[in-house]
Design a protein around this ligand. Sequence first.
Ligand code: GDP
Length: 728
Amino acid sequence: MSDPAAINASVNSPLRQYPLERTRNFGICAHIDAGKTTTTERILFYTGLIHKIGDVDDGNTVTDWMEQEKERGITITSAAVTSFWTQKKEAGLHKNFEGIAHRINIIDTPGHVDFTAEVERSMRVLDGAVAVFCGVAGVQPQSETVWRQATKYKVPRIAFVNKMDRTGANFDNALNDMRKKLGAYAFPIYLNIGAEDKFAGVIDVVNQKAIVWGEGDITNEGLKYEITEIPEAHQDRAQAALAELIDAVSNKDDSIAELVLEEKPITVPALKAAIRRLTCKIELIPVLCGTAFKKKGIQVLIDAVVDYLPSPLDIPPATGHVPGTEDSLEVPPNDGAKFCSLAFKLWTDPYAGKLVFFRVYSGQLKKGDSIYNPRTRKRERVSRLMVIQGSERKDVDSVYSGDIAALVGLRNITTGDTLCNEDFDIALEPPTFPEPVISMAIEPKSKADQDKMSQGLQRLAEEDPTFRCFTNEETGQLIIAGMGELHLEIIRDRLKREFSVEADAGAPQIAYRETITKGAEGEGKFIRQSGGRGQYGHAIIDVEPNEKGKGVEILNKVVGGTIPKEYIPAVHAGIEEAIKSGVYAGFQVIDIKVSIKDGSFHEVDSNELAFKMAGIFALKDAFAQASPILLEPIMKVEATTPDEYQGDILGDINRRRGMIQGVDAKNGQTVLTAQVPLAEMFGYATAIRSLSKGRASYSMEPFSFEQVPNSVLTTVMDAAKKRPAARS
Ligand code: GDP
């Protein structure tokens, strides 16, 4: 990264338009309402890819305008939008990429924590992020969640303090909040000039210049602005911020530290390059500010994306493994390497139909090529490739490593699938999706809609990996399972709007899980050899606990063909079936590693069914000996209350088997954080209202699965047995 504009010919195909170095895949992460949509829209506006405001007056009819507005809404919430940005030569502000065009792909990230799966899957494919904060509220509890997710996925970030024009906006407070609540090593690269209705522009700390936007008419180029010397009143603050920034950078970057020690001048390019290095390593968070709504600060934000967020070459390569083994592989970006990509979102476009958004990690893909899906072991031909550019859907002929694009018209692909060359047997690490915590029985209001409802649910489950639907074999009821009551409510609403099926739902039930606490061996035999054609299946397996959240892994370690190769998938399927229906109390098994290691077969009597049964029996046998336990979903609960009710609310959380994690009192309000079993949270909305005379509020999100304590185990098991609908 010594010369960020240099092009690395060895990894770039000569045919591609934008080299990898000049590609930025980033997301805009924010708590709902902080201004993510507005910021995205403004970026598309300034990059010239959406309808220009000036055009409205150019004789377009109102209907056109509304259509475009609608269109814009659709585009912005689409999985990924491609845009282009060239840094302008402006009073010498740009030294890194001046005059060089970059391709920027904005990947949608949802703001609502109920949709963790959406956040997880977008984090997995972006290389960097802009975290948007509200200049008035600073770091809100839910912005912490989004931040934590970005940290978990090791996503380099810059922070944008938005809404500087609103009453109560305070840049320094927001910055301090970031440092205190998020522990961020955050330093302003742009300071605010004024705030609230006096917010006029920003100070470019690195270049020591002021950028001031006019209040006048918005043209196609956006608001007019001027680059000037820093106004007298802001000079001390600007110099102090630069000194603080250099100090912060020199603490972590040797080249700047050396210059400081030797008392040599620190040039703008050297400082910018160091900020870029540290940002890409997530050792520093550059902070900017502006107002998306009033269109101020957006150009500098895009400049900062280009200057400081990583290209696909600046981050560690994606990793995967050879399916069915533990051998890991790295997939560095390189157009000349074998094709490998990850399908990260299925999306139904009102015009183009079913789209599969995918991120290319290595190689290239052309229209007419075939792609291979290691999960289904199937090949499919790519007949159409598309990118979304502004409000346009644009067909393209080929895509290269680092690109984000959509496949049109392909079936049998689900979120998290690897799509690659057939001779490249690899499964990229899929995004990890949390397990559903709640389930309910569902039936159509009209019996005639049964099929339509099943189809609708199936399609919704394909799009959303945290939503599941299945039939309870004992009761024949259709069960839906998801991340919370709101999640399932939205599913029912979508059934109604998109599939015209109205459905009744039963009471929500807890989705318990099973797992094991030690390793064990298990044997399964399915042998019938009296009369007629016999059956012979025999498998020996090992089970061991898998790391929390890692899910189920089934490995084939059979050597010497003791189970013939063609029967391994059947054993696998049997194990999977037993895992799904549970062993201990009839709940799905999670976080377990199974190795198929031995068995035997019969020349005549062996068949797939017999080996599948052997798989089921082996898993049950091993599981019973591996000290199984029951797990329950634990929620992270955040309650905000006036101080006077704090004691009562704490007491209530304790009675609900809750564990208090934090009590943070500020300005008469206390924010309580706790981990509480979901089983104890039914009716909490009413309880907290009556405890606080309606003045406290709370939010909760799935946090983890923990062992059901012995004190309540019998009650839970008894209840579970009586409520087969709860099984998921
Ligand atoms: P999202 O939920 O994060 O996508 O946020 P939106 O972009 O929809 O913005 C939420 C609300 O805040 C909307 O009413 C916006 O008009 C408003 N908003 C967004 N940015 C700004 C800003 O810079 N200043 C002000 N005053 N309002 C803003």
